[in-house]
Write a protein that binds this ligand. Structure first.
Ligand SMILES: [Zn+2]
Ligand SMILES: [Zn+2]
Length: 255
């Protein structure tokens, strides 16, 4: 399977996985980038996967319907603009020879889901929408810090080589914040240098990997002493992971 990132709007990435003949896409907020990619490569659209209800993730669904030769998979507990196969924690299905498993990741929205896609002899792909970003995480529009931390902990427990396909290229701005939280983290400093070079060439920083995120992402590191110390200095009421996480999330909102 080959992964392609299709840019949309200011900073969305619509992910496409294809086998040379058939493709599926994740979170098509716009139809044109998907239609163009299918046409250019002579691919048939076999399915669409959706992580949550925000318009920059579902806005292209109606327009793609005539091109679609299979189901739309979407969150069981969110209102969708088209009929979907309802997915929730533990749902599994097969698509283009891959095995797909669904994880509930509430926090950014109440019914947000993520998809782990496994193909023989390839590292897994994680499509996590607006839950986990490289170096950051989504804003809490409909969930609590406890829910989001639990969701991120589930994603952090995936194999380290899992490729993290986030729905937005927010990496550099996330890393500026991460460096403020953890100025002594050398893996983070190296990763920021690497990502700046990629962006300077016009390349995406994504996908990242779970191993990288565990090493650099402060929202996955709420139990690390340096992150705890920064959160306490910022006013966290205790070093409990949820308090540290909530303090980081509030801090980032105004950073
Ligand atoms: Zn969103
Ligand atoms: Zn989004």
């Amino acid at each position: 399977m080959e992964l392609i990132a299709l840019p949309a709007f200011a900073d969305n990435l619509i992910w496409m996985l294809h086998d040379g003949h058939q493709a599926f896409v994740v979170d098509p907020g716009a139809a044109a980038p998907v239609a163009n990619a299918l046409h250019e490569r002579g691919l048939r659209l076999a399915a669409i996967l959706v992580t949550h209800h925000h318009n920059d993730h579902v806005g292209g669904l109606a327009e793609l319907a005539p091109l679609l030769h299979g189901p739309v998979y979407g969150p069981a507990h969110e209102r969708m603009p088209v009929a979907v196969q309802p997915m929730s924690q533990g749902s599994r299905f097969e698509l283009l020879g891959t095995q797909i498993e669904v994880i509930d990741v509430p926090g950014h929205t109440a019914g947000h889901i993520a998809y782990v896609v496994r193909a023989p002899a390839q590292a897994p792909w994680l499509f996590c929408g607006d839950t986990l970003f490289s170096g950051g995480c989504g804003r809490l529009f409909e969930g609590t810090p406890t829910q989001m931390l639990d969701s991120l902990d589930k994603l952090a427990a995936l194999p380290g080589d899992t490729r993290v396909c986030c729905a937005h290229e927010y990496t550099l701005s996330n890393l500026r914040f991460a460096r403020t939280v953890e100025p002594r983290n050398t893996a983070l400093a190296d990763y920021e240098t690497h990502c700046k070079a990629l962006r300077a060439e016009g390349a995406w920083t994504l996908p990242s990997t779970i191993a990288t995120e565990r090493a650099v992402n402060p929202f996955l590191r709420a139990r690390e002493p340096d992150v705890v110390a920064s959160a306490l200095a910022r006013g966290a009421p205790s070093q409990a992971a949820t308090e540290v996480f909530a303090t980081l999330r509030e801090w980032k909102n105004t950073f």
